[in-house]
Ligand binder design. Structure first.
Ligand code: FE2
Length: 216
């Protein structure tokens, strides 16, 4: 589950957390991925199933709902794989951000849905002003800020609104649930410093599962 090396030491793919509520969402995602070719239409069609998972209780183990002191993102931020497709085409994970902590500014590089399961987050979204031709530089400006509470969610349809950071504004850790069409923590993404324009390669890693090339 969510303790690396404990209850299921050899399971890195499939249902790392096997709960009917998670299976229902993954089954629906698989069905809609086969049925709907257009990313925007598919994400829209997934809203009811994703909202249902956020509204359900009892399916997220405590071990996937706590901060991670060894986090690569810093700030005790924990990222726990709940489901991973072996071919890297889909994942579901929880992200635990302690009170007052913020993620780096980052991108996702895949369509998906992200919602709040516990606590409250402030999200700052950036618009890219340059053409992306220089992999080490980006010119960013803030395009949107919003606060999200329990049960609220947004969709990701890169490249639109794909660069953001979140801060927990509740006095308890926020837990957000992410359904994304890649193996998010294991793909090389980007970390941005809006003030300087510096872009660095970024791989967050899961706290409870290794990445395919042996890294975490
Ligand atoms: Fe994010």
């Amino acid at each position: 589950m969510c303790d690396l090396g404990h209850s299921h030491p050899h399971q890195s793919y499939g249902f790392l957390v096997d709960a009917p509520e998670i299976r229902a969402l993954i089954d629906e995602t698989t069905r809609l991925t086969a049925a709907i070719e257009d990313d925007a239409a598919r994400v829209e069609a997934l809203r009811p199933a994703f909202g249902a998972l956020l509204a359900s209780d009892g399916w997220l183990p405590e071990s996937c709902a706590r901060p991670d002191d060894s986090s690569r993102m810093g700030g005790g931020i924990g990222q726990y794989a709940l489901y991973r497709a072996e071919d890297g085409s889909l994942c579901l994970f929880s992200l635990v951000v302690p009170a007052g902590a913020a993620t780096p500014v980052h991108d996702h590089l895949a369509w998906g849905l992200v919602g709040i399961y516990r606590g409250r987050q402030d999200e700052t979204v950036y618009r890219r002003l340059d053409d992306g031709s220089d992999p080490a530089r980006a010119r960013l400006e803030i395009s949107k800020r919003q606060q999200l509470g329990r049960g609220e969610f947004y969709t990701l349809l890169p490249p639109a609104d794909d660069i953001h950071f979140v801060t927990t504004v509740s006095d308890t850790p926020s837990i957000s649930i992410h359904l994304l069409a890649n193996d998010t923590a294991c793909v090389w993404r980007h970390r941005f410093e809006p003030a300087t324009g510096v872009v660095t390669p970024f791989r967050s890693g899961y706290a409870n599962a290794p990445c395919p090339d042996g890294g975490t």
